[in-house]
Write a protein that binds this ligand. Structure first.
Ligand code: NAD
Ligand code: UDP
Length: 310
């Protein structure tokens, strides 16, 4: 089996590449290193079945593979809003290039879509049938609408060209290999606590998210790719919901620090609540996240402790 992972040097991509390389698959990791880092895949460079390709998914490319995981796209609000037009190009032109390749070489292709396609949801928890509440002209739209358009392209290539697609909608996932300056909440809070800085609650911290540990997510992602019963979309995430303030308190409990909490303005269009309905994934894959937040934090904090010394 040969597999292309776009965005393979990023947080999730590097865990996926490691999983596939260690399973003995031929893995090509394509990345432009916008938010990804060589460090994330440094442990794979000595494997004969791993290849690194520096390339931008916006520009066409050709490789012969059986599977394509399309993960290329900055995922943190600060990084995807840095150059919003490029974010749309990455989502949309990247999807077109990957789907064109899948069509030519007959590869099965999985899209890493997102809970952001539900926007600020009015239905809670969110099932795959919910069509979402997205602002098409706000600061988050480059990402939300880019990912929605990518899903559209996946289903049109499937209907029109019989491309063998899988679509997953990933809910907030965390773990080692996130950048210390990633900007998402789990990495921000851990890095702030380790540096003795106050943890920045945007708003009063009453908004909710459900946090999935990376190993659980990768199990679900590979599971969806390899099952034959549904093209998706399939929600993947941990359904246990926390307020952001509860997350901050959980981090402070784990890191011995002088830090306390400080409030900063809530960014516009920040979803007030989010929690996946994972009944489809449970039915299709018998999949359930097994790593609780406390255990996931225990596995993630030592990684950040090391990396902030570098
Ligand atoms: P990440 O920012 O760590 O990884 C993204 C990777 O894509 C990076 O290596 C980056 O350099 C690469 N990339 C960005 N633009 C590119 C381009 N134009 N060409 C080639 N490579 C490019 O983020 P992540 O958390 O690992 O997310 C991976 C994927 O999963 C993304 O598509 C994201 O939208 C999706 N996702 C992640 C989460 C999560 O909680 N981690 C949630 C929902 C969806
Ligand atoms: N957040 C926060 N402090 C931070 C970073 C994020 O309070 O330092 C909040 C943010 O406003 C949002 C939640 O945490 O309500 C999750 O933010 P993140 O950027 O991790 O992901 P997303 O908003 O895309 O779910």
């Amino acid at each position: 089996m040969s597999t292309l992972v776009t965005g393979g040097a990023g947080f999730l991509g590097s865990h996926l590449c490691e999983r596939l390389v260690k399973q003995g698959e031929e893995v090509i990791c394509l990345d432009n290193f916008f938010t990804g880092r060589r460090r994330n895949v440094a442990n794979l460079l000595d494997y004969k079945n791993f290849e690194m390709m520096r390339h931008d998914v916006v520009d066409p490319f050709k490789v012969e593979v059986d599977r394509i995981y399309n993960l290329a796209c900055p995922a943190s609000p600060i990084h995807y809003q840095y150059n919003p037009i490029k974010t749309v190009k990455t989502s949309v032109m990247g999807a077109i290039n990957c789907l064109g390749l899948a069509k030519r070489v007959g590869a099965r292709i999985l899209q890493a879509s997102t809970s952001e396609i539900y926007g600020d949801p009015e239905v809670h928890p969110q099932p795959e049938s919910y069509r979402g509440n997205v602002n098409p002209i706000g600061l988050r739209s480059c990402y939300d609408e880019g990912k929605r358009c990518a899903e559209t392209l996946f289903f049109d290539y499937h209907r029109e060209n019989k491309v063998d697609i899988r679509v997953i909608r990933i809910f907030n996932t965390y773990g080692p290999n996130m950048r210390p300056d990633d900007g998402r909440v789990v990495s921000n809070f851990i890095v702030q606590a380790l540096k003795g800085e106050d943890l920045t609650l945007y708003g009063d911290g009453s908004q909710t998210r459900s946090f999935c540990y990376v190993d659980d997510l990768i199990n679900g992602m590979v599971g969806v790719m390899e099952q034959e019963d549904s093209v998706g979309p399939v929600n993947l995430g941990n359904p246990i919901e926390f307020t952001i303030k509860q997350l901050a308190e959980a981090v402070l409990d784990k890191v011995h620090t002088e830090s306390s909490l400080t409030e900063e303005p809530l960014p516009s269009d920040d979803p007030t609540q989010r929690k996946p309905d994972i009944s489809l994934a449970q039915k299709l894959l018998s999949w359930n996240p097994v790593v609780e937040l406390s255990t996931g934090l225990d596995r993630t904090i030592p990684y950040f402790r090391e990396i902030i010394k570098e």
